[in-house]
Write a protein that binds this ligand. Structure first.
Ligand SMILES: [Mg+2]
Length: 228
């Protein structure tokens, strides 16, 4: 049995972007070829695919613009990355990834971002891309909802120990759908108290202060939790 740590990206490994919501809006405008009205609020914990779909629907635009908008989103991220517009790393990430790897656990990503955007975000924040197993990672550029990613992860690794580390209530909800234990880290928009209202097996303030507890909690997951 292998242990896979499925890390969320935004708010968990890297600080949330100050104006990240604009990128989705801009990607839809580029796909459409003209400006659109006000952008949608509150995208935390949603997948890229979901946010683009909701943006198109909210503005009465055809759903088939999705694929073009998704391409523009990756391209906008590339431009930001290459212009040196990088995310700040959350506290304790290097140490956490080293500690889990030292135990023989596999660090993976399960995120609403596309693979390309995830790579820009983590490497831009100073993490070596090789810290993650990219073949056992699940990305949200297409999936309409986050639980589709968790269900795929569970189905692809039915006999291994999985745990999701994330910063939003959505991360917990998606983990629960797939029967995967969830550890909350309060470096995103939700406080520790808010994350404690979820089914999390552990909530920590950040990875710098909660690493020992995180390692213990993962150690305590003895068998895969069966899918309901
Ligand atoms: Mg997040």
């Amino acid at each position: 049995m292998t242990t896979y740590i499925l890390w969320d990206v935004d708010g968990t490994l890297v600080r949330n972007g100050k104006d990240a919501g604009n990128l989705y809006h801009e990607a839809v405008e580029l796909a459409l070829g003209r400006p659109i009205a006000n952008r949608l609020p509150n995208t935390h914990g949603k997948t890229d695919g979901q946010i683009l779909r909701e943006t198109l629907a909210a503005h009465g635009l055809p759903a088939d613009l999705h694929s073009s908008a998704s391409t523009h989103l990756d391209e906008l991220s590339r431009q930001r990355h290459e212009a040196g517009n990088h995310r700040e790393l959350c506290p304790g990430v290097h140490e956490a990834l080293a500690a889990t790897a030292a135990r023989g656990w596999v660090n993976c990503l399960l995120t609403g971002n596309s693979a390309l955007r995830s790579r820009y975000k983590v490497t831009g924040a100073g993490v070596d891309a090789n810290a993650f197993d990219w073949t056992h990672s699940w990305f949200g550029e297409v999936s309409p909802v986050r639980s589709e990613l968790t269900l795929r992860a569970r189905a692809e690794l039915p006999d291994d120990r999985l745990v999701i580390v994330g910063d939003t209530l959505n991360d917990d909800a998606a983990a629960a759908v797939a029967g995967i234990p969830f550890i909350g880290v309060a470096t995103g928009v939700f406080t520790s108290d808010e994350l404690r209202t979820t089914g999390a097996i552990l909530v920590i303030d950040d990875l710098a202060h909660g690493l020992a507890e995180l390692l213990d909690a993962v150690d305590g997951i003895r068998t895969p939790v069966s899918t309901p």
